[in-house]
Design a protein around this ligand. Structure first.
Ligand code: HEC
Ligand code: HEC
Length: 404
């Protein structure tokens, strides 16, 4: 009996959904404990235009809305005036993320690094996942050596070439066979790698590693072979032409990009296929007899033997204890390096004597307190709560001593 009433009350309540939800909550909780709760009275008072002031009913607060209606939630006036999430980012925060580099090299930072330097860095920081010489084999993406065989015109076979079984070995997906633009290689490595500590490499280091990976893919720049001594910088990186540069379509780069995309989608039949979408019982209704045209579009080239196979490795490789560095440096590497390796995030960079001199104007005690309590973009203890104050102290000392 009560249930029925309850239901009709809810239906009768011609109010916004949120209020109905509030009512359900209030009514069902009171109904179980006290049958005599004048639920109907309350609900009737609620249904219809709100005339009174902000009130509380059964613990729930109601707020007036437009048109004399009310709601269970405060109307956020600001949400109707514009976006109001968080605060305006600081100049340094914008600087840390506004770091695109266009295919023509616009936006690439200053810096340089040689293939040889890249070799060493790669061995130390990348090979454990991406394999020796970028050759893969550890369950992570292969970066080089995808397939250097050439077609009859001497062009490196890339993934834009359809696979032709029996004729040539199919290319594997690497920087040399797949990536269309080399500036992305720089920004990707800088922003995303090494996997566990992205943004920990300096620009020079990223140039060096990029040079090394390009060299492993036998890329020539301006006809010049990239040997060990080859030094890569922004200007040279922008000149790189990767074998698969035309393998992506439509071409979204450049001023004609939007038009290219429109033209591509305008001709769906040619570019995407005009088959019928089908979820169940997808037998081709036509095409079998040689007279009716098939309406289901078949995938001509099914990739079933991807090399290397998709990774089944889920864990990162085991950590190897490096006994050549101090405990403070190790803790620095784990908790602080990600932001302090350079000034991208506005942090005083390790080794930047000027920056640390400025910081130390406040005196060691204050600097240490800032490291422990946090300040601006610097989270308390670098975000690692498990560090004791003494440990933070030893790291800060290490940072200061390494920046003189
Ligand atoms: C702990 C393992 C690990 C380490 C170390 C590592 N990477 Fe990676 N790398 C990955 C994973 C995983 C991906 C795939 C990420 C994804 O697709 O989201 C990847 C992707 C890449 C890619 C893109 C590959 C592609 O074709 O899509 C490049 C380039 C790359 N890493 C370079 C590097 C460089 C350079 C270093 C050393 C500075 C490095 N990685 C260190 C795990 C690692
Ligand atoms: C998420 C990024 C981030 C991490 C992680 C980080 N820092 Fe910082 N740190 C900053 C930024 C940004 C500043 C500059 C803050 C400012 O000037 O407003 C800073 C400033 C500092 C300063 C100078 C404080 C001062 O008085 O000017 C010290 C010391 C410091 N960090 C120590 C550390 C230590 C130690 C760790 C690791 C335990 C660490 N940081 C981890 C971003 C970080």
């Amino acid at each position: 009996m009560f249930k029925l009433d309850h239901k009709s009350i809810l239906i009768g309540a011609s109010v916004v959904a949120s209020t109905a939800l509030l009512l359900t909550g209030c009514l069902s909780s009171s109904s179980s404990t006290n049958e005599k709760t004048p639920a109907k009275v309350q609900a009737n008072a609620l249904a219809g235009p709100y005339t009174g002031k902000i009130g509380a009913i059964d613990g729930g607060v109601i707020y007036p809305r437009e048109n004399g209606m009310y709601t269970a939630y405060v109307l956020n006036e600001q949400s109707t005036k514009g976006i109001n999430h968080g605060r305006v980012p600081t100049a340094n925060e914008i600087k840390a993320w506004d770091l695109d580099a266009l295919p023509d090299g616009t936006g690439l930072p200053e810096g340089e690094g040689s293939v040889e330097e890249g070799d060493e860095l790669y061995e130390a920081q990348c090979a454990s996942c991406h394999g020796d010489f970028g050759g893969g084999g550890h369950g992570y993406p292969q970066l080089a050596g995808g397939n250097q065989s050439k077609d009859e015109n001497g062009i490196v076979i890339t993934l834009k070439n359809q696979r032709e079984y029996g004729k040539t070995d199919a290319p594997k997906r690497t920087v040399g066979t797949y990536w269309p633009v080399a500036t992305t290689l720089f920004t990707y490595i800088r922003d995303a790698m090494p996997y566990a500590t992205p943004k920990s490499l300096s620009n020079d280091e990223v140039y060096a590693i990029t040079a090394y990976i390009l060299a492993q893919n036998y890329i020539k720049i301006d006809g010049e072979v990239m040997d060990d001594e080859y030094v890569l910088n922004a200007e040279k990186l922008a000149k790189v032409v990767l074998p698969n540069k035309d393998g992506f379509y439509p071409n979204i780069d450049g001023p004609t990009g939007p038009d290219d995309v429109k033209a591509f989608y305008a001709d769906r039949a040619k570019n995407i296929g005009s088959g019928t979408r089908c979820m169940t019982d997808c037998k081709d209704p036509g095409g079998q007899d040689g007279k009716t045209e098939a309406t289901l579009v078949r995938i001509d080239y099914e990739m079933s033997d991807v090399v290397p196979p998709y990774s089944t490795v889920r864990d990162l490789p085991p950590e190897v204890e490096d006994v050549t560095i101090s405990k403070a440096e190790k803790m620095y590497n784990e908790s602080c390096k990600v932001c302090h390796a350079n000034d991208n995030m506005g942090a005083p960079a390790l080794g930047d004597a000027d920056a640390w001199e400025d910081v130390m104007d406040n005196g060691f005690d204050q600097v240490l307190r800032n490291a422990i309590d946090g300040m601006g973009g610097m989270p308390p203890k670098g975000g690692n709560d498990s560090l004791t104050s003494d440990e933070v102290k030893s790291i800060v000392e290490f940072m200061i001593n390494s920046s003189k």
